[in-house]
Ligand binder design. Structure first.
Ligand code: ARG
Ligand code: ZN
Length: 471
């Protein structure tokens, strides 16, 4: 419904635009970046290079207010372009310091600069905004965006929550650097991505300024706030750590959090050097959230994580945050990899091996269709984006591949995948192509069966081993 009415409005505005001189319809930036599951997420014609968010939050009144300054590179001539923003009152928007006209339609913030922007131009957009941030309810029923907690908010954006707190080009294909400054009542801590630039208290309020200087997909930004105990340190390889724990979770979280530096070392040895400047964790007390998210450099946890959950989110720094899907149906490239990372960590800790785990899961009867469907490479719709198969059968796909091409080539594949793609975006087809290149094998049928065919993979049906070559 929302999609239909938006499309109609966009079409009407595009028609109106053609009537004005020097405003051909094809210079209106598209309202979406073309994702099959989230057609209005992201926008056409713009490439954001830096977000600078200067914000303040009042937990008592739920008021968020401030200014977003976006540095943008135009990838087409633009008489008009959109950003994504959910809710808020928007003040006077400027483009290169000159007032622009603004219209709203759902999550589209449509900006018409007084002078059209040309392909290749770098320009600055300033958006002042204020209001109560929204919690976004996803097609799978989970909460994201600004998730209210008893002492602040857990702020998470996968896959579509970021516009609940800042104007974004909300597509994973448009990574950018971020500076986020957040002012909160003293006693509260605002935890963001990257490194803490400054923390100053004046007149009962504290301003935290965070800088993420590595490219970050908009959905991975956070500014989670509340009461936190903070500890800092460094990993064995010298990465500074910042760990914020809600005091209510402190005693149950401490033993697992002590393993964080060792987990980072483990993942560095396995996949290659840590991709970012800092690492850490935000352990909140957020039953309203109910899951964890790999927010860049500092994953957010809804409560004290168990060991494999911490490992899972940290592994996403390599696969998810550094090497990122370009469209949401490819989500197994994040969740399958993070789940396989859990298995291999457990194996190296002396627990069940990844091969044993695979074998056990492979015994799941074909009749248990909810275990096997949807196939991990084709979730079907946004409601099934985070289904169990994306994680379990996604990880099984990797373990089956490992057994098919051998451990040495499999390790080489994952390391090359990371080295060649970090800070960029990828597709499943890219991964299949690299697997074939590294192994020298034709793996089309293997991946088709594991990733795209519903039901239990036929190579497992007659009890034949996963190592049996297909075809
Ligand atoms: N990526 C998260 C993980 O590590 C899950 C996010 C779930 N989000 C959602 N909207 N259902 O597993
Ligand atoms: Zn995950």
């Amino acid at each position: 419904m929302r999609r239909g009415s938006t499309a109609t409005t966009i079409a009407a505005l595009a028609l109106a635009a053609t009537a004005a001189p020097a405003m051909a319809a094809d210079t209106v930036g598209s309202p979406g970046a073309g994702d099959p599951f989230f057609p209005l997420a992201g926008n056409g014609g713009i490439d954001v290079t830096n977000y600078s968010l200067d914000l303040a939050y009042q937990p008592a009144s739920h008021q968020l207010s401030g200014t977003a300054t976006l540095q943008i590179h135009a990838t087409q001539d633009l008489s008009r372009f959109d950003l994504d923003l959910r809710g808020f009152d928007v003040g006077t928007v400027t483009v290169n310091g000159v007032e622009a006209s603004v219209a709203r339609d759902g999550q589209e913030l449509m900006i018409t600069p007084s002078h059209a922007v040309r392909t290749g131009d770098a320009f600055t957009v300033v958006v002042p905004y204020a209001g109560q941030p929204q919690t976004v309810i996803d097609p799978d029923g989970s909460s994201e965006g600004w998730v209210y907690t008893s002492d602040g908010a857990a702020v998470v954006g996968e896959p579509q929550g970021s516009p609940a707190w800042y104007p974004a080009n909300d597509t994973p294909r448009d990574k950018a650097t971020f500076t986020v400054s957040m002012t909160v009542p003293s006693g509260l801590t605002a935890v963001g991505n990257g490194s803490l630039q400054s923390q100053t208290t004046v007149n009962g309020v504290t301003t935290f300024t965070w800088r993420e200087s590595y490219p970050m997909a908009p959905y991975l930004a956070t500014i989670t706030l509340g009461r936190f105990d903070v500890t800092t340190g460094t990993t064995p390889s010298g990465i500074p750590t910042y760990i914020a724990v809600d005091p209510r979770q402190a005693s149950s979280a401490s033993a697992v959090l002590r393993k964080l530096p060792a987990m980072v070392s483990f993942l560095e040895n396995l996949y290659g050097s840590y991709p970012f400047e800092t690492v850490g964790a935000i352990v909140d007390d957020a039953p309203q959230l109910g899951y964890s998210l790999e927010t860049q450099t500092k994953p957010v946890f809804d409560d004290a994580p168990d060991e494999v959950t911490l490992l899972h989110e940290l592994s996403h720094m390599w696969f998810g945050d550094a090497v990122t899907l370009g469209s949401w149906p490819d989500i197994w490239l994040h969740e399958g990899f993070a789940t396989w990372s859990e298995w291999i960590w457990t194996e190296q800790q002396g627990g069940k091996s990844a091969a044993q785990r695979f074998k056990q899961l492979a015994n799941t009867p074909a009749q248990q269709t909810s275990f096997w469907n949807p196939p991990p490479g084709d979730p079907g719709d946004a409601q099934h984006l985070f289904d169990g198969t994306i994680y379990q059968r996604g990880a099984m796909t990797l373990e089956a591949l490992r057994e098919r091409i051998g451990d040495a080539q499999f390790t080489d594949l994952l390391r090359t995948w990371y080295a060649e793609n970090r800070y960029g975006t990828v597709t499943t087809a890219d991964f299949v192509a690299l697997a074939e290149r590294v192994s020298g094998q034709d793996l089309r049928q293997f991946f088709d069966e594991w990733l795209y065919q519903p039901g239990k993979p036929s190579s497992l049906l007659d009890g034949s081993a996963a190592t049996t070559p297909v075809g």
